[in-house]
Design a protein around this ligand. Sequence first.
Ligand code: PEP
Ligand code: MG
Length: 767
Amino acid sequence: MNIPHVLSQVIRRSPSLSQILDATVEIVARDMGTDVCSIYLLDPADHRLRLAATKGLHREALGKVTLALGEGITGIVVAEMRSIAVEDASSHPGYRYFPETGEEQFQSYLGVPMAIRNRPVGAIVIQTRDRRKFNQDEIETLNTIAAQLVGVVENARLIHAIDQPDQGKHYLKELRTWNKGLVARPKGAEGELVLKGAPASGGIALGRAVYRGVYDIGLEPPADATQDPVREKRRMGIAIEKARGDILRIQEAAEKETDEEHALIFSSHLMLLNDPTLLDRLERACDQFLPAPYAVAQVFAEIESQISRISDVYIQERVEDIRDLRNRLLAGLLERDHPAQSLANSIVVAHGLPPSLVVELKVQGALAMVTERGGTTSHGALLARAMGIPAVTGVEGLGESVRTGDEMIVDGNSGKVVVRPTARTLAGYMKRADFQTATRSRLAALRQEPARSLCGQTLPLLANVGMASEVHQAVLYGAEGIGLYRTEFPFMIREDFPTREEQVRIYERAARAFPKGPIYFRILDLGGDKYHPRVSRTDESNPVLGYRSIRLMLDNPRLLKEQVKAFLQVARGLKSGILVPMVSSMTELRKTRTLIEEAAKELGSESGGRLPAIGAMIEVPAAVEIASDLAREVDFFSIGSNDLIQFTLAADRENARVSPFGDAYHPAVLRMLRRVITAGHAAGIPVSCCGEISSTPELAVLLMAMGIDSLSLIPSSIPTVKEAIRRSDVRRLREKLDEILALSEAKEIREAIARELPAIKEPEPVE
Ligand code: PEP
Ligand code: MG
C-alpha cells in the first residue's frame, strides 16, 4: 500500500491533530510491518519531546514520557536532525529506556526527524520485536511521512496559538478600518475613476461591482446586552455548519476545476473549524450576551491580535486563512439581514485574494476580480490565472472608491481598473473587448496551422505550464509540446512535499495530453519569490539573489533525486528532457548531472534504461559568459529571459516601480540572446527560449531571426505569436540583424524592428 497517499486522504479529511497522529501510527505500523510506531512532538513551552501518539507502546505513557533534546536515541535524532537506524537499539550509546512505555521488548529501531525550515518539530519512530535491518526504501518512506506530518503539526501549532488565553481585547480594529470605506459609501465618489493595480491575471471584463469577503455592515459593538444567548448559540452553530459545508464544496470544486493538489489548500480552515477551544470561545462570547456576529468578530479580532505577536513566518502567513474563515462565518450569520449577492456576471471587489475566494468566483461564474491587497505571485493570483479569471491586485484606495452595483472595467492585462466609466470610456473598452473576441476566433482557426513565416521557415511553438489546467490550455491553443513544465506549484501549495507517487500522478496528466512529448520538466526552482516553508530561508535580505533554485536543490539531493525519478517514470517512451534552472557555474551543472545519473541508475529499468536529455537554463549573466563551456556538457539550452533580464539590468521583476528598467529591447539583453544561440549552435545543440519574451510577437520573430530552434510560451499567447510569425519575413529581418543589434538604445531597436515588421499585428482599436 502507498502509505503517503493513504495518509494524505486521512489528512484531507482533517480531523483533529490527535486523530491524524493516531491514524498515522496505526497505518505506518500495519503497512511497514512493525510492532511499534510512535510520534514524539517537541513542546515549544519546555523544549522537551513528548510522546504524542503510539501504536505498540503503553498508551498510558502518552503525554507523560518526555525527553530532552539529545536524550535517548530519539532525542539524538531530533537534536542532530538525522535519521538513525539500529538493529539492536540497546547497544546504541544513546540508548535510554523508559519503563512506562514497555519498550524494552523491542530490538530494532528506526527514527527520523520532523522539521520545518530547519527547526525541529519532533520525530517519528518505528520499532520491532525481532532484529531487523531497515533498508533505504523504508527510511525514505518514513522520511516522506515525517514531511507530510510537519504541515499538520504546524496547523495544530496555529490552533495552539489561537487557544492561548486572552491577552487583552482588540475590538474589531482591522475589520473596521477596511470596512469603513465600503459601508460609508463615500458620497463624493461620483464619476469616472481610473485606478491602477498589478495585472495578476489577464483578460478584460465589464460588469457591476459586488463586494465579497466583507460583511461587517454596521458592526459596531452593540449598545445594549439584551440578546438571548441560547438563540445566538443556535445561530452560531448553523453558521459554523454552513461554513464547513461551503469549504468542503469549494474543496471539491477546486479538485474538479484545477488539480487534486489544490484541494489541500483548505486543510487549515477545516482544522480551525474543528478546534474545540475556538468553538468554546465563540459560545462563551454568546453567553456574555453578544449577538452571534459580534461574538465572531470579537473572537477573531482577538485571535488576529494574538497571532500578530508571534514572530513565526508560517503562523503569520495563515492570517489570511483566519480572515477568510471569519468572513465566511459572518456571511452565514448576516445572510438574512444582508442576503449574499449572486456573483454571476459580476466584478468581485475584495480586500485580499484567498484561494478559496478564487475558486468560489469560478464556481459562481463571476467575470473578474479586483483586490486591495496582494501581488501577482500569490497562490490566489496563480489560481486566478489557472482558471482564466481576469484579476487586478494591489489596488490602493479600492474600498474608498467603489460602491456595490457600480459599473467597472477590469483590464487584467494592464492592471487598469475603471470605476463608473463614462459612456465614452465604456464604448472604447467595448470596442477592445469586441476586438479581443474577433481576434480570438480568427486565431482559433490557426490552431492546426504551423508557425511558418512568409519566407518559409517553421518554428515549433511549445507551452509553458505549471498545473493541469494549463496543460488543457496548451492542447486547446495548439501547442506542439511542453517546453517548460514549472514544477513548483504542487510544492508551494502545501507545507509538506508531494511524494514521488503524487508527483508522478501530477506529471502524468501532461504525458497523457502529449503522449509523444516533447515535455521538458524543470527541476524545482524554489526560493526567491517562490518561498517554501521547509527549505527557503527567512533571514535573507535579498532572496532573489539568495539561497534558491539549483543551489538549494543541490543541498537537498534526496528531494532532487526523487523529483528526477518521478520525471523519468513519467517520461518513459516519450521525448523529454530535464531543465536545470539558474545554472551559474560548471560545478553546479556537473553536480546536478551526477545526481540525475544516480537517480536514473537507482530507478533501474523503470527509467526505460536511458539517460534523459539534460538542458541548462540560461538565466544568469554568468551562464551567458560560459555558454560555450556549458554547451559541451548539456543536450540543449533554454533561455530564461525573465531572470536573465532581471539580473542583467538589475531590475527586480516583481517590483512594478523598476519594471521600465527591465526592458527586453535593451541592447545588452538582445546581444546576450544572440551570443547564447550562437554558442549553442557552435557546439551542435538546440537552443530554445521559455521566458515571457517568447510571448511578445515582435521579440518572438526577432529570436527566430537570431536562429532560435523553438519557443516555449504561455499557452494563450501561442495563436498571437503564430500569427505574427506567419505575417513576417524573417529572412529580411535576419539580414538587418547586425545593424539592429549595433544600435545603442532600446528605443531605437524597438523602432527599427517595428519598421522591419510592418504587418505583424492587427492594429488595436483606440479607446
Ligand atoms: C525565466 O526566468 O525566464 C523562466 C522561464 O523561469 P521563471 O519565470 O519560472 O523564473
Ligand atoms: Mg527563471
